[in-house]
Design a protein around this ligand. Structure first.
Ligand SMILES: *[C@@H]1O[C@H](CO)[C@@H](O)[C@H](O)[C@H]1NC(C)=O
Ligand SMILES: *[C@@H]1O[C@H](CO)[C@@H](O)[C@H](O)[C@H]1NC(C)=O
Ligand SMILES: *[C@@H]1O[C@H](CO)[C@@H](O)[C@H](O)[C@H]1NC(C)=O
Ligand SMILES: *[C@@H]1O[C@H](CO)[C@@H](O)[C@H](O)[C@H]1NC(C)=O
Ligand SMILES: *[C@@H]1O[C@H](CO)[C@@H](O)[C@H](O)[C@H]1NC(C)=O
Length: 692
């Protein structure tokens, strides 16, 4: 940093005092090249011609001639380094931030090497750069959004590396980009719709990654596009028919969840979508069936049931039942809507601590001092960020520390992670059941250090946030523990005995898992209250978005009260893990359609997921089939209320809940009510019906 600052200072000074001479080879470029040499070629075996005694641009600076004594370096007529071409040289180092000192660089060709590490963000300061070839190396980390500052960039080749994270949406501003090749990486997230605005884009290769969500319809408008390769991802939803014009240039194999009419080997979309006029239009079909919100008199019932779905559609419907988890994926519209709107997450650190929290703190308080000294995060600065000036007062620090467990406690509680206490296991975490010394039952979530945010300050901020979340409909965090020795972090939550809601969906009659109607209503209200609390700015808890609401995240206690789990968790976890969670919710149909175009979550995406959850609870089904959806829209109980209830439900309540579910799952986030409104409606509507 310092060096590059000095370099650029020197640069600008030399410009001020010496008008650029034709043959000038500023010292700073030589310095930058020497740093580059040391970093790219740590063994010093390859770039032997790069030596400090020589002038990199001393040769014939005219076009065409051998312009440098430095291997692979080409200079422009002003005597400045224009190209660095070191492809296939067996380089095994990294790109240093000092690359930013080569301000006249137009081409950087480092492909076919064994380079690793991140792309330094300073690459984004090379304003003249038009070609960046880093493919076939071992680069990792995320693609820095700073690359979007390269307004002259025409070719970006990053394929065959180990890049992770998403495509920075900002790349959609590279107005000269013709090739974007990202194949064979570990990239994930949505394909930014902004790429469709690149009129110059000819080739977009995203194949062999883990992208999910739908193919943005905007790509149809990228008039220069000739090749679009999305093979081997986990894309879903409607394939824009306009892509047919690419013929063989459009490659989409091995994305089993894609659907559409225009492509022979892609299965048809569920009828709900076929009926839609245009994927990008606001959904008129849905709207006309939604009763006005004040229309309390309307009631569903037999009278509303049309003669099922017309024969035209019936065959398709039966065939696609399994696909329909994709509800809501098809529409990639609303692009302009929240394009530049950033999710504001105020992580206020006011030191107000509510009485409740103080009490919670005291329960496990006496342990805190001892635990604090035993805690050892594998971070260089230990707990410093929270010690002073970390945003919290000494008092909230004490509360925070009261959440600290030591490894001994965790091991004792879980009987050293006894296999028989293992409740679930995924690639990122495992959950063990256990009993604390005070006799209370808990679940212990284990995360490998690699799954946690690597930035210490961010991780601790996330932990701190978690300790501030407290509501009767959210699973309570008892504490946490990070062990350097094990390379793991543990989150200790209260144990919730009756399992998760998913286990009650698709229940067989007589299995004891068919929830009664009043229980279902109470679950819906409870979950709504929990989400509403998360969305609010309460005391020192900032507004949050849950991001992964699903039936699996709704746990039921002894009385079948719902408790939402994993709130705020994504603040702790590495982006890879968060993306994996998103992918899971996408596969289950909870992902709001706007995620594809905006790439981030708002409270309204939680509202969408809640709406899907309500449909699941009403129907008792895991997958919302077109028949169920249709039943809800047409207000026909027979089609959407769980038949296992054998008619034991309140028609008035079912009507209102169906209406709320529809409002919440509208395609446009602005059309969805806030969670606060939903809670209000639930309380008034349902409350009225419940009271005798
Ligand atoms: C840099 O490389 C580009 C692409 O190969 C080439 O067109 C350009 O002439 C080169 N510049 C110099 C100064 O050699
Ligand atoms: C790129 O542009 C952004 C926004 O203007 C700026 O914050 C960032 O520092 C720039 N990056 C580089 C490497 O110049
Ligand atoms: C594509 O371009 C047409 C005409 O300019 C426009 O009406 C349409 O909204 C665009 N579609 C997208 C997805 O941007
Ligand atoms: C691509 O996807 C297919 C089908 O899922 C799978 O069999 C194949 O191994 C994948 N190829 C790669 C290179 O991941
Ligand atoms: C509701 O229905 C009742 C009886 O069906 C009717 O008398 C009343 O006027 C209706 N109210 C509204 C607001 O439509």
């Amino acid at each position: 940093m310092m060096l590059s600052f000095l370099l650029s200072l020197l640069l600008s000074l030399s410009f001020l005092h010496h008008p650029p001479r034709v043959r000038s080879s500023p010292l700073s470029e030589l310095d930058a090249l020497m740093v580059l040499k040391a970093a790219l070629d740590p063994s010093g075996r390859v770039l032997t011609s790069w030596s400090r005694g020589a002038d990199p641009c001393a040769g014939d600076a005219g076009a065409g001639g051998p312009s440098s004594s430095f291997e692979g370096v080409a200079c422009d007529e002003r005597g400045r380094v224009a190209n660095v071409s070191l492809q296939g040289k067996g380089l095994s180092g990294r790109i240093p931030p000092e690359i930013g000192g080569l301000q006249s660089l137009t081409g950087l060709y480092l492909h076919f090497n064994a380079l690793g590490g991140d792309i330094p963000r300073e690459v984004g300061s090379l304003r003249m750069l038009s070609d960046l070839y880093l493919d076939v190396n071992g680069f990792s980390g995320e693609i820095p959004p700073d690359i979007a500052n390269l307004t002259n960039l025409q070719v970006l080749q990053l394929g065959y590396n180990r890049f992770s994270g998403g495509i920075p949406r900002q790349l959609g501003s590279l107005q000269k980009l013709t090739v974007l090749a990202l194949q064979y990486n570990r990239l994930t997230g949505a394909i930014p719709a902004s790429l469709g605005y690149l009129a110059t884009l000819k080739r977009l290769d995203l194949s062999y990654n883990s992208f999910f969500g739908s193919i943005p319809a905007t790509l149809v408008n990228a008039s220069g596009l000739e090749v679009l390769d999305v093979r081997n991802n986990t894309l879903s939803g409607h394939v824009p028919a306009g892509l047919k014009r690419l013929d063989d240039g459009f490659q989409y194999a091995n994305n089993p969840e894609l659907c559409g009419v225009a492509f022979p080997d892609v299965r048809p979309c569920p009828t709900v979508y076929l009926d839609r006029p245009e994927p990008l239009q606001p959904d008129t079909l849905l709207k006309k069936n939604i009763p006005e919100s004040a229309d309390l008199n309307s009631s569903c019932g037999k009278a509303h049931c049309p003669s099922r779905l017309s024969g035209r559609n019936a065959g398709v419907v039966l065939g696609v039942v399994a696909v329909v988890a994709a509800i809501g994926f098809t529409v990639t519209g609303f692009l302009t809507l929240s394009w530049h709107r950033h999710r504001k997450q105020r992580t206020s650190s006011s030191s107000n601590v509510s009485d409740e929290r103080v009490r919670a703190g005291r329960v496990i308080g006496n342990r805190s001092k001892r635990a604090a000294s035993l805690i050892s995060l594998e971070y260089s600065k230990g707990w410093d960020p929270l010690a002073k000036g970390g945003g919290g007062s000494a008092f909230s620090q004490e509360v925070f520390e009261s959440f600290m467990f030591n490894l001994e406690d965790v091991e004792r509680a879980t009987q050293s992670f006894l296999e028989s206490n293992l409740m679930e296991k995924s690639s990122f975490s495992s959950v063990h059941w256990g009993i604390l010394r005070d006799g209370s039952a808990v679940t212990v979530r284990r995360y490998a250090k690699m799954s946690c945010k690597s930035d210490e300050a961010e991780f601790l901020k996330g932990l701190k946030l978690l300790t501030k979340i407290k509501h009767e409909n959210l699973v309570r965090l008892r504490g946490f523990c990070c062990s350097k020795g094990r390379g793991e972090c543990f989150l200790i939550y209260e144990f919730v005995p009756n399992g998760n809601l998913l286990q009650y969906l698709n229940a067989k009659p007589g299995s004891g898992k068919v929830l009664e109607w009043p229980t279902r209503v109470a679950i819906i209200i409870g979950v709504a209250q929990g989400i509403s609390y998360i969305h609010e700015d309460k005391g020192d808890k900032p507004r949050l978005v849950h991001q992964s609401i699903s039936a699996e995240k709704v746990l039921l206690d002894h009385w079948n009260n719902p408790l939402l789990s994993d709130s705020g968790l994504y603040h702790l976890l590495a982006d890879d893990v968060v993306f994996a969670m998103l992918k899971a919710s996408a596969a289950m149909g909870y992902l709001a359609p706007e995620y594809t175009s905006t790439g981030y979550f708002t409270e309204k995406s939680d509202v969408y997921a809640f709406g899907v959850l309500v449909l699941q609870i009403l129907s008792g089904k895991r997958v919302i089939t077109p028949v169920i959806r249709h039943g809800v829209e047409a207000c026909c109980f027979e089609e959407f209320v769980d038949e296992n209830l054998e008619g034991n439900f309140s028609e008035a309540e079912a009507t209102q809940l169906a209406r709320i579910a529809l409002l919440c799952t509208q395609d446009s986030p602005t059309d969805r009510p806030s969670m606060r409104t939903v809670v209000h409606e639930l309380n008034t509507l349902i409350g009225n019906h419940l009271s005798p």
